[in-house]
Design a protein around this ligand. Structure first.
Ligand SMILES: Cc1ncc(COP(=O)(O)O)c(C=O)c1O
Length: 411
């Protein structure tokens, strides 16, 4: 790159905008990643990030599996590999998906670097600039980020306690040539709500009638700590669904391992897109995770995670009852990592964040989860998986204090 465009100290000259592609205008650093940088302030309680509880990471199992793989299959583990994924791990996932009622075969599975890569590859394969994508409002920030890079146009529907307001979807599909419907059916990030079975059926019916693909993003489905499992959308509508899941919330997010389930033709296109991106997901990591899974470790481990998050969620809910002022409302998740708080009238989440940081507690402001970035000023997302129960109680007390202070200012 010529010196005239960017200097070695990183300062851009006036030609910079011409040097980079137009689509970079819409690429932004995630507010969550930015907020996470502030979280190292001593004494600060973070209810912000979406981190699993690190004390539950299965260190010993990883140590043993790494040793086993290196000692027994080391040369294969350190070599290049196929894009589609390590066949024994794919077989494991085929069986896992079949237990959910998803009739997947190996040809329907692609192993990826976390669901985040899946979202990017889906954008690459499905979206031309300006293509409409239907999402909830609010929705997962990482999907907005991924599809902004492909210059998608976001068309949004609101959520309520039963998930996406599916009754509003038909009118949108009638007037807009929607390319993808992005759906977070279980323990929504950020809202914490679950799409009811009736709405799942309605959504599938609408998507089938209008010939639209559904992207079902399901990182939290296994983390249900209350109520009954509901049929995944891919079971109801396998021809037109691209299903995503991940080991991030059940084993570790640092290993960057997830998978896609889709019709073989779709997988074929995604494989080509992935080849161009990174050739394949780390074969060493896939072999290690396969070893851990084949030993049957995951079932008991996931139960421990569920029990832990159930307790933490209950502590957060009762602390909010105790410390939040009247006029504040929140969702009651049946699983997952997050809940969504609506602030009393007049309280702005950006100003509240400043006040909360002074009280040494952090959260993610609601507008981060809206494609237009201006809605959601009256809301925020809280995480209950990472902090201990004591931290959660203390953090909610501090946040309650900050909300009351803001209320004092607006009233
Ligand atoms: C809804 C949703 N989709 C995708 C991801 C990305 O997960 P992964 O770590 O598998 O890339 C997350 C992570 O928090 C998420 O909440």
């Amino acid at each position: 790159m010529p010196d005239s465009v960017v200097n070695w100290d990183g300062k851009a000259s006036t030609d910079w905008d011409k040097a980079v592609a137009g689509r970079t205008q819409r690429m932004k650093s995630s507010i969550i990643r930015e907020t996470l940088k502030m979280m190292s302030t001593p004494g600060l309680i973070s209810l912000g990030g979406g981190m699993p509880a690190p004390e539950l990471f299965p260190l010993r199992e990883f140590q043993e599996a790494c040793r086993y793989v290196l000692e027994n299959e080391g040369r294969q583990a350190l070599q290049y590999s196929v894009t589609e994924g390590y066949p024994p791990l794919k077989q494991y996932l085929v069986q896992k998906m079949q237990k959910y009622g998803v009739p997947a075969e190996e040809e329907n599975i692609l192993i990826v670097n976390g669901s985040q890569q899946a979202l990017d590859l889906i954008g690459k394969v499905f979206l031309d600039p300006g293509d409409p994508v239907l999402t909830d409002r609010p929705t997962y920030l990482g999907a907005i980020q991924a599809w902004n890079s492909y210059e998608a146009r976001f068309v949004t529907v609101p959520l309520d306690d039963d998930g996406t307001c599916v009754d509003l979807v038909e009118d949108i599909l009638k007037r807009d040539p929607v390319k993808l419907i992005y759906c977070l059916p279980n323990f929504h990030n950020p809202a914490g709500v679950t799409l009811s079975l009736e709405r799942r059926h309605k959504l599938v019916d609408l998507a089938a009638r209008h010939g639209v693909f559904i992207v079902e993003d399901d990182p939290y489905g296994e983390l249900r700590f209350e109520g009954e499992d509901l049929a995944p959308i891919v079971v109801l509508h396998k021809e037109n669904t691209v299903y995503l899941s991940t080991f991030s919330k059940t084993l570790s997010p640092g290993i960057r391992l997830g998978w896609i389930v889709a019709p073989a033709e779709v997988i074929g296109r995604l494989v080509q897109a992935k080849q161009a991106a990174d050739l394949h997901t780390s074969i060493f990591v896939q072999m290690v995770v396969n070893d851990i899974c084949q030993r049957g470790f995951l079932r008991q481990h996931v139960k421990r995670i569920r029990d832990t998050y159930k307790e933490r969620c209950a502590v957060m809910l009762s602390a909010m009852d105790e410390f939040f002022p009247p006029g504040t409302t929140w969702t009651r998740p049946q699983g997952g990592l997050f809940l969504w708080v609506k602030l009393p009238e007049g309280v702005d989440c950006n100003k509240l964040l400043q006040a909360a940081l002074e009280e040494k507690v952090a959260f993610i402001p609601g507008h981060a989860f809206y494609p237009d970035e201006v809605s959601g000023l009256d809301a925020l997302r809280l995480n209950f998986s990472a902090p201990s129960p004591e931290m959660i109680r203390e953090g909610i007390e501090r946040l309650g204090k900050a909300i009351r202070k803001q209320l004092g200012e607006v009233r």
